[in-house]
Design a protein around this ligand. Structure first.
Ligand code: DON
Length: 621
């Protein structure tokens, strides 16, 4: 079944410059209410459990004399929130040593490459937003690129048929890793501590090892079969018989430690040129992969200006393409703003209907237009233009769901099953008001599952983020539009959506999340909770989440959300309502948004590790 795109008007191409959305007339009250009553309004079973979990979580403790660690904490100093307690501690220690938010973010990210290998990485990519207190605002695009030998038909056989096993081949979908270049670029421009001091804690953790925690164990267990099939990966993460070592067992990574030592001594050059790069390329090619030494040597991370979205009197700094985050967030929140729904009750059918319709439209636009701006004309300015968002908002029927088949690019009825994924986000604000929002990924959980034996680096399978079948978009959510087809050197479109929110030029919120396409909705809903409804940060993070991504045409809820009567009403309005699939390790949770906020009146910084995946925060004061 093929449908055509309804909107007649196209974007005036090319300009893909930064775009500002009109703001609300009045700025919201900036102070944050922390009363539980505010959030109880919308709490359902899941969020009640999450709040309970955070109340019964261990008290904030001292990880070392100058560091406090907890699932959530407040401070007058700087703070880091991320997936792992050791990495959070390292970030805070770097702050304590006089490092700024960029130093802390880089050191935390490098530590996560050791302690959180399901998503933290040297062998993957990421996108970062930096807002310095002096007003400097940039993004770092450290997204992987396609090797020179990777083309748009890489997933097809000679007859043009899709070959699913190519998307699951551990060595074929490895993009040129961008994380090391991106972290080094951020440090080179903004860091204050020497580079080797940021790498040193990760080296120590890789050498000496660390005890695997409960969440680590659960995530590893979910990927053990695939890891066990690759000898170099089994050797690092599993017992010799392929079973999963018990919680509390030490994980040492000597080969990774040696790689990190070379990085500490010689900087990113060591990773992209010279013996280390040759070893990495050799490991990949000997296993049938495409990535070459030349691919590594030609990789560049780049600074890009952030998109600045003016919503509800705030400025949201967001990622431009090749991230779909900024455009989609701007369109979703822009539509809700036009419907007066930024402070809508998230437990009501009225709000959830408007949210679903706004997201449906934004994701349809994403599918149609977005890709690597170095390769395709991405009409970013048009997509965020007030008239475009007016049109989108005006096309929403307040009483009936729009069928996804009636909007967006043409689709076919082909269905395929989604893959399991992992990514991780970290947020930092330092004592001077500098902020970093960094999301990083290997794509799937433990990426390609392939560890390069010579370097100890676990590699991504990010090339699966390209549209896999040219011309074929499916009702199961696979997209075949031209904008995101693979090409040599091209960056696959990402949903990673770190944001930094400012009020009167001061940072008030740093957030982001894993979750593939769900990331965009998670980030929007944290903004809506924190800015729109003025919840405390912990309540905004804990609030139950909903997801719609155009296709599959489903409104996906976290468990226990929403109330049965509201669910019924949404079904009556034409929505297909489903629960988020309850798969390990995070049950039916959507995202994991480790976030930091700063109250402009009191100067108090709050850091919250998302309880959905046992997140952590640490401070130097
Ligand atoms: O870049 C992307 O959009 C995906 N590779 C991210 C995957 C992801 O977030 C999985 N997380 N749970």
């Amino acid at each position: 079944m093929r449908k055509t795109w309804k909107r007649k008007r196209g974007p005036p191409l090319p300009p893909h410059s930064q775009r500002h959305l009109p703001g609300a007339a009045a700025a919201l009250n900036r102070s944050r209410r922390v009363e539980l009553s505010e959030s109880l309004r919308s709490l359902t079973l899941l969020s009640a459990l999450l709040v309970l979990a955070s109340c019964t979580a261990p008290e904030v403790s001292r990880a070392s004399p100058d560091i406090r660690l907890g699932h959530q904490l407040t401070t007058h100093g700087g703070a880091v929130a991320c997936a792992d307690r050791l990495a959070a501690t390292i970030g805070a220690q770097l702050l304590a040593r006089g490092g700024n938010a960029v130093d802390a973010a880089v050191g935390t990210a490098l530590a996560l490459a050791v302690t959180w290998p399901s998503a933290g990485n040297l062998g993957g990519g990421g996108v970062m937003i930096i807002a310095m207190a002096d007003g400097t605002q940039v993004t770092v695009d450290a997204r992987e690129t396609a090797p020179a030998a990777f083309h748009e038909d890489a997933f097809l056989d000679e007859g043009g048929n899709y070959v699913p096993s190519r998307a699951t081949d551990p060595w074929l979908c490895i993009g040129v890793p961008g994380s090391v270049a991106g972290l080094a670029l951020a440090h080179e421009r903004f860091g204050t501590l020497p580079w080797h001091e940021l790498v040193a804690p990760a080296i120590r953790l890789a050498h000496q090892g660390f005890e695997r925690g409960e969440m680590f164990h659960r995530i590893l267990s979910s990927s053990a079969t695939a890891l066990a099939a690759i000898p170099s990966s089994r050797e690092v993460f599993l017992n010799p018989d392929g079973s999963v070592p018990a919680t509390g067992t030490l994980l040492k990574q000597p080969a990774l430690a040696r790689t990190l030592e070379q990085l500490a001594e010689n900087g990113p050059e060591a990773f992209y040129r010279g013996p280390l790069a040759k070893a990495l390329a050799a490991d990949i090619q000997e296993n049938g992969g495409l990535l070459t030494y030349e691919d590594l040597a030609s990789y560049r991370a780049v600074f890009r200006p952030p998109l600045t979205l003016e919503i509800a009197g705030t400025e949201i700094l967001a990622m431009p393409p090749p991230s779909s985050g900024g455009v989609a967030i701007g369109q979703i929140l822009g539509q809700l703003e036009r419907h007066g729904a930024l402070d809508g009750d998230p437990g009501s059918a009225e709000f959830l209907h408007l949210y679903a319709e706004s997201a449906r439209r934004a994701y349809a636009e994403r599918a149609r237009w977005l890709g690597d701006p170095g390769y395709v004309e991405v009409p970013t300015a048009w997509l965020l233009a007030p008239e475009t968002i007016d049109d989108l908002a005006a096309s929403i029927d307040p009483t009936r769901a729009t069928a996804s088949t009636s909007i967006g690019p043409p689709i076919t009825a082909l269905r395929r099953t989604p893959d399991k994924k992992q990514t991780t986000h970290l947020s930092v604000i330092d004592g001077d008001g500098n902020a970093v929002s960094f999301t990083t990924t290997l794509e799937a959980t433990y990426g390609s599952k392939a560890v390069s034996a010579r370097t100890g680096v676990l590699l991504n399978n990010e090339l699966r983020d390209f549209n896999r079948i040219p011309g074929q978009s499916t009702e199961s959510g696979h997209i075949g539009t031209a904008a995101n087809l693979a090409a040599p050197g091209k960056r696959p479109l990402t949903s990673m959506s770190p944001i930094i929110v400012l009020e009167d030029n001061e940072v008030v919120l740093v957030t982001g999340s894993p979750g593939g396409r769900t990331i965009i909705n998670t980030v929007c809903q944290i903004f809506l909770g924190f800015v729109g409804r003025r919840l405390s940060l912990s309540d905004a993070v804990a609030a139950p989440r909903v997801h719609h991504q155009w296709f599959p045409d489903q409104l996906v809820f976290e468990p226990g959300f929403p109330r049965p009567a509201v669910r019924e009403e949404l079904i009556n309005r034409g929505h297909t309502v489903v629960n988020r699939e309850d798969t390990p390790p995070a049950g039916g949770a959507l995202g994991s948004a480790h976030s930091v906020s700063r109250n402009r009146l009191t100067g108090i910084v709050t850091a919250v590790g998302d309880p959905r995946r046992d997140g952590w925060s640490a401070t130097d004061s």
